[in-house]
Write a protein that binds this ligand. Structure first.
Ligand SMILES: [Zn+2]
Length: 234
């Protein structure tokens, strides 16, 4: 089994095997206060970003004085919980098991067009000596490719950025609209910079179709986000 759900969290059993690691992808029931109720998590400092659909990567080596701006965090420090907030976008968690380096990334279509996951992998390699082929990667729930309708503007921004457009399909009914495979596009970027397919674990649920997840497109008026996290204790 590649995933299981424990008390409002989706977890990846392979990542659970890493003795110093904590991680999870919260369902809509998992709220910020819940971090303090779990014995394995309550001693961690919670690190959030001011997420802006950018390609800004923050290196977190201590508790920041203020909330930092960006859409990815990398850390090699214990007791810091890197938290990504999403409701349709793709949350991605990384760990280099041997070197004890972690990352958490927020991937919407804009961050994906900016190749954010590739930049994170390059940064992990250049700054921390991580080998892409040994990274363990976990992809959380996001808007599925059957449900992710985008317009011509999104398609063109990918074309202009010299991305493969294989992750776009013409919408079956709506003219000048496409269906976009956000998960597939990010997975392809990771594989092309050296991540090994066997090290990628994916929670293949669509936020729009699964009622226990939050979807910005479905729950329009609500501003809640799901919380995905990764941290180390040693
Ligand atoms: Zn769906």
């Amino acid at each position: 089994m590649k995933q299981e759900i424990i008390k409002d969290l989706h977890i990846i059993p392979r990542l659970e095997q890493v003795p110093y690691l904590v991680h999870g992808f919260g369902t809509k029931k998992w709220r910020q206060a819940d971090f303090k109720t779990k014995s394995k998590l309550k001693d961690f400092d919670l690190i959030f970003l001011n997420q802006t659909h950018s390609d800004i990567i923050q290196h977190i080596d201590k508790i920041p004085d203020k909330k930092l701006k960006g859409d990815a965090m990398i850390s090699s420090c214990p007791k810091l919980l890197l938290i990504i907030q999403t409701a349709d976008c793709l949350p991605v968690l990384f760990v280099d098991e041997l070197r004890k380096v972690i990352a958490a990334v927020h991937c919407g279509w804009r961050g994906t067009a900016k190749r954010l996951v590739q930049k994170v992998i390059q940064r992990m390699r250049d700054n921390y000596g991580c080998c892409p082929s040994s990274l363990l990667v976990a992809l959380g729930p996001c808007l599925g490719r059957e449900c992710y309708e985008v317009g011509e503007d999104v398609f063109q921004s990918y074309e202009q950025g010299r991305h493969s457009t294989e992750f776009f399909q013409n919408h079956p009914i709506r003219k000048n609209k496409y269906l976009f495979d956000l998960r597939g596009s990010n997975l392809s970027q990771m594989i092309s910079c050296g991540v090994s397919k066997k090290n990628v674990y994916s929670i293949d649920f669509c936020t729009h179709c699964q009622k226990n997840l939050l979807s910005f497109r479905r729950d329009k008026e609500k501003t809640e986000r799901m919380l995905s996290f990764i941290g180390m204790s040693f």
